[in-house]
Write a protein that binds this ligand. Structure first.
Ligand code: ATR
Length: 287
């Protein structure tokens, strides 16, 4: 959508104080000299419908959606595209003449972040922690792109992981999905996994010292440990994994690439990926 008039975009979530989306997108708008501004909306559940109604009326080109609204926002949209509809999670909305369309650009972000490790993931076991919109995107990207033998899920609220297992086994019949409902099984399941992905918000700033795993769970140098959190750049979960010799992946690459897709949907322009990554890394290391 190219236009000389001024457009607004932004992010809706809760809590949202530490997001680097404004810094990343603003660096890209400045580089390309396009008339967009990026705002932050800290919105709890009950105000989400009113905020989306006002977005339709204003000059918003679209928004990002983050924790905890990626699933529940779907009921407030006019249409939901392809993969986002399949997985039931939206992280990007495009507003075209008051009609809101949902997309999921997290899937592409996760795929990009894991691509260098694709061969190691293939035919291996994967453990995903969490069962929200981030988990749905991760399970989908991993199952579609890297053909693991199994994907096991563990979540605080067991029924949410159960729902993902039931839905995804129909989409990917070649992958064995399992809900690890009993936390006592986690050490054994973790030890048996080539890739472990944290999609929960545990460890995210301001709760930097927390981890989704107890310190008793150790990692090995055969494992890949991915945390989709990017604030802090190294979570407690990744810090422990690295000190045990595992290959770690932080959330920056996923963040930059999900942002790239959203930016391209809103502006019609190509996202300056390297410049955006530098802006994110600079913000992360200066805080
Ligand atoms: P999103 O859709 O953006 O992923 P979400 O649906 O709120 O956001 O998902 C956040 C994930 O972090 C969920 O798996 C959540 O667990 P519940 O389903 O039990 O809510 C998990 N999570 C958040 N805080 C947590 C905590 N303190 N301990 C364990 N899991 C937590």
């Amino acid at each position: 959508m190219k236009s000389q008039s001024h457009h607004r975009v932004g992010i809706i979530g809760h809590p949202i104080a530490h997001t680097l989306s404004p810094a990343m997108h603003t660096a890209a708008f400045d580089e390309l000299r396009i008339p967009f501004t990026y705002g932050v909306f800290d919105v709890i559940d009950e105000f989400l419908p009113a905020l989306l109604a006002s977005l339709r009326k204003n000059e918003f080109a679209g928004v990002n959606i983050t924790i905890p609204h990626k699933e529940r926002v779907i009921g407030l949209l006019d249409s939901v595209k392809d993969d986002a509809a399949t997985i039931g999670a939206v992280n990007t909305i495009v507003n075209l003449n008051g009609k809101l369309t949902g997309y999921n650009t997290d899937i592409a972000g996760i795929q990009k972040a894991l691509e260098p490790f694709g061969e190691r993931i293939r035919s291996g076991s994967v453990l995903v922690l969490g069962a929200g919109g981030g988990a749905r995107a991760a399970v989908y990207a991993i199952s579609r792109n890297f053909s693991p033998s199994s994907v096991r899920l563990y979540n605080r609220t067991i029924s949410r992981a159960e729902a993902i297992v039931n839905e995804f086994k129909k989409i990917f019949p070649g992958v064995a999905f399992e809900n690890v409902a009993d936390v006592k099984r986690i050490p054994a399941v973790a030890a048996d996994s080539v890739l472990i992905v944290n999609t929960t918000s545990v460890g995210m700033t301001p709760n930097n010292g927390t981890s989704p795993f107890s310190p008793a769970i150790r990692f090995s140098n055969q494992q890949i440990i991915f945390d989709i959190i990017y604030t802090p750049i190294e979570t407690e979960f990744l810090r422990r994994a690295k000190s045990d010799g595992a290959q770690t992946i932080n959330g920056v690459e996923m963040f930059v690439h999900q942002g790239a897709k959203a930016f391209e949907l809103w502006t019609g322009e190509r996202f300056p990926v390297d410049l955006a990554r530098q802006a994110v890394l600079k913000a992360l290391t200066s805080t």
